[in-house]
Design a protein around this ligand. Structure first.
Ligand code: B3K
Ligand code: ZN
Length: 855
């Protein structure tokens, strides 16, 4: 397959101004008539080349008369065209057979669509590229059993038809690219509400869900209203249509989609109540509802010129949803979680064979570039921009962007230009963050001159080569830091220095005591930090840094070093005791929030540790990490059990951040205790599970019992299944809990789960619950020395690729880091990638990632 290159971008030869679509919906034979008002773009004699995939063409006419055309599997070519004309086509498609879940498909007996990035071409012949913006009118008719007929924009007309059919007509006044088109038809319950905008307009809000599920949409609706208000306050953005709809579907390739006025969600990211959803689910629902809503301005009103510009809408919108969540749930806790996610997903990507810049310059399948780099690093880049310019200039740049580019399909250059113009700053070098892959390493050295009372900080940065980019340049990055004394008293408040070359020296003078450096506060840049800060100073930071992120970071660094020393066969028991005591003090801190303490209590994850060990040995890491957990569990045992009791919550469930924080801490305590199979801990876990009054506690208990193993684990697994077998979203959690089981004998059971009657690999949620959870969150068993974990994941990739290439491809990255592991493991991983690449008829999606992972 040939890659597509940014350098080859050309404006479209034709533009489409108006689209009229007429759907005659039938599950296995849907007819789609399209009437397009087309206009030649400039003076030329080029043919019109339309995109299509899997369409059965029934007719093609220009200005009402049949027209000759050339059809290939992916294109329809028309020549000899006037400067403006009406193109009419009719095609037939088969939604019931659409297992790839791109284009028009059926989920739970309802029609729904997914068009981003290139799904619209599976619906009708079109210029399926984001720089062709058109106004859409959509008529659809279906059997009356498909009760609701929904599309983008405003409802214009509905009516009955003979033969038990009915129809609806929708019009979207805002020009949009085809990837934002959506249609839904089927039986759905409705949750209705309203929002009054800052200019006093009343917007109708609708959330559509499976019959009987409307109460579970309440939190999504509440999140939506808070997001609408927040976007007005934080960015001055008001909603534009009079109606905003969200529909939940069970079968979806990812989280959710920002179709104009008609967002479509994976039901896992929309439905919640205390009994069936965890606090983590609530948190994700809040952030994803906000994310998709925020796209209305950053994505829909202003969209991408081409798919290389994906971060223009995604990085920016992640930044917006993270800022929203920080305001809803607390800045420090949110920042820690965001950085954890960045390190868990983006850093390994940036360090491996699939590393790519935030704005890539070539791809084979754009579906493969919805990555942590585009999303999460893309957000970090915006965050740095805000830090470098200051909040006010940042907002001025955003305002200018909305004003200058509303209604356009634009580029990252144009976006950055708005900030340069609004701030008067030259951002040429900053643009390097979009073009250079790899995580910079920033090294900070200190020289303390007691006599002069000066601290000299020397900063330097380097970035290792990444595939296709051997030479790297230094990128401008904000380095926020503060100084404390040995008692934890602030000596200097946060200051932001800019490392805008390979090196920088900062001199702080007027210090009357030895300062302790609190570096890279709030994780002010997405880098790996290497510092010479001594453990005793890191204990001061853990106990007293005014920057809560760095308190957490100091604890993580201490734990990481202890675990890695153990994994290397050099355990330091005295230092481990000291660490346990410091954690005990952090837990006793009355001023700290429970949500923060829960984060302090969790040791660095195994994949995180693997990134810091070369070559990585997952078995040694797992064992060493558990040894430190055991030290904490034993050393702090009584305190932990007391804390667990003290945090028990008898009142009615509330999903608010403070209540969720208390549950998070209580479950983090249980997680820690589960490493120690002391009878008291087993009893505690059994009780925790049995009396759980919400899903957060039920899963916390189940996880702990599975780790403790034995008969109580079996009982719990069976009881959970019996209780929840009729609830697909909860059953997903049941699969996931078992997929996380890291015990030595777990692998056989996990592999056997694919044969469970409730397992269906064609439902992406179920597949991810078992296979992604296993590959991403169970490193000990995924990297099982037998190689069976790798083989299992490869089997699932190959089987899934035949039905749903996009979802299959998402699993490939788990094998991509093979060079970072011990030679034995690396060879086993590589062998599975080779097996995948050799499969006949492999999709472009999987081929691109697997072959790049091997290159
Ligand atoms: N824009 C969609 C992602 C589409 C993924 C297509 N492979 C959801 C989001 O990021 O908001
Ligand atoms: Zn998005």
């Amino acid at each position: 397959p040939q890659p597509v290159r940014l350098a080859d971008y050309r404006p479209p030869a034709y533009l489409i101004d108006e689209v009229f679509l007429d759907f005659a919906l039938e599950p296995s034979a849907t007819r789609v008539k399209a009437r397009l008002s087309v206009r030649r773009n400039g003076e030329h004699a080029e043919p019109l080349i339309l995109d299509g995939e899997g369409l059965t063409t029934l007719s093609v006419a220009i200005d009402g008369a049949p027209h000759a055309y050339d059809e290939s599997p992916e294109h329809l070519t028309l020549a000899g065209l006037p400067a403006t004309f009406t193109l009419e086509t009719e095609v037939e498609i088969d939604p019931a057979a659409n297992t790839a879940l791109m284009g028009l498909y059926i989920s739970g007996g309802r029609f729904c669509t997914q068009c981003e990035a290139e799904g619209f071409r599976r619906i009708t012949w079109f210029l399926d590229r984001p720089d062709v913006l058109a106004r859409y009118t959509v008529r659809m008719e279906a059997d009356r059993s498909f009760q609701r007929l929904l599309a983008n924009g405003n409802l214009i007309e509905t009516g009955e038809l003979p033969g038990g059919r009915h129809y609806a007509v929708w019009n979207d006044p805002f020009p949009k690219p085809a990837y934002l088109f959506a249609l839904v038809a089927g039986e759905l319950d409705e949750l209705a509400d309203q929002f009054v905008t800052m200019t006093g307009r009343t917007i109708d809000l609708r959330v559509y869900v499976d019959p009987g599920m409307a109460p579970r949409a309440a939190y999504a609706m509440d999140s939506l209203k808070r997001a609408m208000k927040w976007d007005e306050e934080a960015f001055g953005r008001e909603y534009d249509l009079d109606l905003f709809m969200i529909v939940a579907v069970r079968d979806f390739n990812f989280g959710a989609m920002e179709n104009k006025g008609l967002n479509i969600f994976n039901s896992a990211l929309l439905l919640a109540d205390a009994e069936t959803a965890t606090d983590v689910d609530y948190e994700r629902i809040e952030s994803v509802v906000a994310h998709e809503y925020f796209h209305n301005w950053t994505g829909d009103r202003i969209t991408c010129r081409d798919w290389f510009q994906l971060c223009l809408k995604e990085g920016l919108t992640v930044f917006r949803d993270q800022s929203f969540s920080a305001d809803m749930r607390g800045e420090a806790v949110q920042r820690i979680k965001d950085v954890k996610a960045l390190r868990a997903r983006q850093f390994p990507e940036d360090a491996g064979p699939l590393a790519h810049p935030v704005r890539p310059s070539s791809y084979i399948k754009i579906d493969n570039f919805y990555t942590a780099t585009i999303y999460e690093k893309g957000s970090e880049v915006i965050r740095m921009l805000k830090t470098l310019l200051g909040a006010q200039a940042f907002r001025a740049g955003m305002d200018l962007y909305f004003e200058r580019h509303d209604g356009e399909a634009t580029t990252v250059e144009a976006f950055i230009q708005c900030f340069a113009d609004a701030s008067g700053r030259d951002l040429t070098d900053f643009f390097g963050w979009y073009e250079q892959a790899g995580t910079p390493t920033v090294t900070v050295g200190q020289r303390w001159d007691a006599e002069a009372g000066t601290l000299e900080l020397s900063l330097s940065q380097t970035t290792a080569p990444t595939p296709g980019q051997s030479a790297k340049t230094a990128l401008p990055l904000p380095f926020a830091f503060g100084l404390l004394d040995e008692d934890g008293t602030a000596l200097r408040e946060t200051e932001v220095a800019v490392l805008d070359g390979a090196e920088l020296t900062i001199v702080v003078d007027g210090l009357d005591r030895r300062p302790i450096l609190s570096p890279l506060r709030g994780f002010s840049a997405p880098v790996n930090l290497v510092s010479d800060i001594a453990p005793k100073d890191r204990y001061v930071l853990l106990a007293a840094d005014a920057d809560l992120f760095n308190r957490w970071e100091a604890g993580q660094g201490l734990a990481r070093d202890l675990i890695l020393a153990r994994a290397a066969g050099r355990p330091d028991e005295v230092a481990e005791e000291r660490y346990a005591e410091a954690v005990g003090r952090a837990l006793a801190d009355q001023a700290a929030e429970p949500a923060f303490k829960a984060l302090i209590l969790a040791l660095p994850t195994e994949p995180d540790l693997a990134m810091a060990m070369s070559p990585a040995d997952p078995a040694a890491i797992h064992e060493a990490r558990d040894a430190l957990r055991a030290r904490l569990a034993v050393h702090l045992g009584d305190d932990l059990r007391r804390l667990h009791t003290g945090l028990a919550d008898g009142g009615p469930f509330s999903p608010d951040a403070a209540s969720a924080g208390r549950r998070a801490l209580r479950n983090a305590v249980l997680t820690l205790l589960a490493v120690d199979g002391h009878a008291e801990n087993v009893d505690l876990a059994i009780r925790h599970f049995e009396i759980a009054a919400n899903m957060t506690d039920a899963i916390g208990g189940l996880d702990a019992l599975i780790e403790l193993g034995g008969a109580s684990a079996e009982t719990a697994i069976a009881a959970f299944h019996k209780r929840w077998k009729a609830e697909p979203l909860v059953l997903d959690k049941w699969f996931a809990a078992q997929a996380r089981d890291a015990s030595d004998e777990a692998l056989g059971r996990i592999l056997a789960l694919t044969a469970h009657p409730d397992f269906d690999g064609r439902t992406p949620n179920r597949l991810r619950a078992l296979v992604s959870t296993f590959a991403n969150l169970n490193p000990a068993r995924f990297h099982d020395p037998s190689g069976d974990g790798y083989r299992f994941v490869a089997d699932q990739i190959i089987a899934t690729d035949a039905v749903n290439p996009m979802t299959a491809a998402r699993l490939v990255e788990t094998l991509g880091g093979w060079r970072r592991y011990t030679p034995q493991l690396g060879a086993l991983m590589k062998a599975q990638l080779e097996r995948i690449v050799a499969v006949e008829g492999l999709s472009k999606n999987v081929f691109e990632l697997a072959s790049k992972a091997l290159a």
